[in-house]
Design a protein around this ligand. Structure first.
Ligand SMILES: [Zn+2]
Length: 175
């Protein structure tokens, strides 16, 4: 038995399943093979030879209750490790504020939700008021870590009961 990482159609990790179930999902075209086991193992029967799957992806998106990954101020602070994303200052739950990447007035005007994982970041009060109600490029401000991107924490979807296989690493965030 070989554990296989199963991703939603959106590439979010969902479960770790055993390879037999993964093969059934692939055979019934409910899932596609994304990564095969790097050791090149195959599963053989008298009639077929298929690569041992390491990561599969569901073809249809399934709605998953967002355990632990529900949007809240505190969860955004936790995702950003209690640090201002603009100046890198360490914060506390008392000094941290939520900054909207697209300002709230802008979201309202364009009828988009403001309080989402991708539109909210942790900021200190000084940076938040410096940015004001402007769009990021208008404010001339930049994320402290240039590679930073506000996103929904993915790790919360998945409780790893297996050691993470190297083939999975691209698809999961490890602490
Ligand atoms: Zn700051």
């Amino acid at each position: 038995m070989m554990p296989v990482l199963m991703l939603n159609a959106s590439y979010e990790p969902l479960h770790v399943i055993d390879h037999r179930r993964a093969l059934t999902l692939i055979a019934s075209e409910k899932a596609e093979l994304l990564e095969r086991a790097r050791d090149g193992r195959e599963i053989r029967s008298p009639s077929v030879r298929v690569p041992m799957p390491a990561v599969i992806r569901l073809r249809r998106y399934i709605n998953v209750p967002q355990r632990g990954a529900t949007w809240s101020k505190q969860n955004v602070f936790a995702r950003d490790k209690m640090t201002c994303v603009y100046c890198g200052a360490p914060l506390t739950s008392k000094t941290a504020t939520i900054d909207h990447v697209l300002p709230q007035w802008y979201c309202k005007h364009h009828n988009i939700r403001a309080n989402t994982w991708t539109n909210t970041v942790t900021a200190c009060r000084a940076c938040q008021s410096k940015k004001g109600g402007r769009l990021l490029h208008e404010s001339g401000m930049k994320f402290f870590d240039p590679t930073y991107e506000p996103r929904r924490p993915r790790a919360n979807y998945l409780v790893l009961t297996w050691d993470a296989h190297p083939e999975w690493r691209e698809y999961i965030q490890l602490p």
